[in-house]
Design a protein around this ligand. Sequence first.
Ligand code: PHB
Length: 396
Amino acid sequence: MSRIRIRMSRRSVLKGAAAAAAATSVPTGWAIAQSKPLKVGLMLPYSGTYAKLGENITYAVEMVIAEKGGKLGGREVQIIKLDDESKPELGPQNADRLVKRDQVDVVIGTVHSGVQMGIHKVVKESGTLTIIPNAGNGAVTRELCAPNVYRTSFTNWQPAYGMGLAAGKRGVKKGVWVTWDYAAGAESGEGFKQGLEKHGGQLVDILKLPFPQTNFQPLLAQIPGLGVDVVGAFFAGGGAVQFVKEYAAAGIKVPLCGSGFLTEGTLQAQGAAAEGIETALHYGDGLDNPKNAAFRKAFKEKAGRDVDVYAVQGYDAAQLLAVGLAAVKGNLDDEKNLHKALETAKIDSPRGPMSMSPQHNVVHNIYLRKVTGGENKVVGIAAEQLADPGTGCKMA
Ligand code: PHB
């Protein structure tokens, strides 16, 4: 289906024939669009194991809007928040509420890969501009990529691939991946495997449990018998706090590493159990660039807590939106210029250099970090300016 048809059907279904008529007369449609507030739907987890992730994204989005004087592209911004609870089964109906009932102009969401699939189904059909501030599922910027969907975070493959490369380079021969049994766990496990294999290592198994369960003991009990040199893991939020603590308490001798989410935004709660853990991520403590310094200070003032990668991704989602809106002076119907601006946006990110891939995913450095003194200290670059393969993406 062409983009024009998507937009036509969205207008006629969602806004009625009057809006469609107004939009065909350029000056009137443009004037109407300009005078109406820009409705931004934030579909994020505000409860459950990923609640803090959703909160930090929200704080950061609000910061950008405040920095721009409450307006994007000349339009007042109205934020509508929806708690998606990280429940995939509610994804489509929640996205529908924002798009059809609340008639948002833009969706910023979400965190959980399974919920993202629900959003994707709805916004692919409606044509609503969507910016993903976390969820890393490959499909939405690979085989299911869409012209109206952008991501300012990562694919699950990217950080785990960086970690696998770093471990393999160091001579790790056998590794195991421990994770939740859903897209983020499987795709990060695949990334870790490919990274290890690049240097002649191998992944012997993936141990998993259903999301968001935290009954880790049966998995931990298997590890000593596997004969591996390293254990890699994808967990995040509250689940990551508990996993790292239980891993340390179990006294397992094999070093633990992972996608950086394992120790991101969690170190205060993990305490000594996290010391020495190596992870790979597109952000870390000690990155020395002016934007990062300013952002860390401002975020702490607003949120009363330290920056983490989720805050950075939310900040960049809103920065990207601001670039797009500025380019079309608030007129989202100017799709040609909107997408040109979004695809070529130069975002000054606290993470350092970043750009958009042709599939609308982020190209950025994957840093190697080591938990030292309660910080995820950047100790090197695991993969420089890493792009996701973007396999199977055909933009309509
Ligand atoms: C995901 O579901 O894609 C996901 C969730 C939390 C993270 C990273 C990825 O920290």
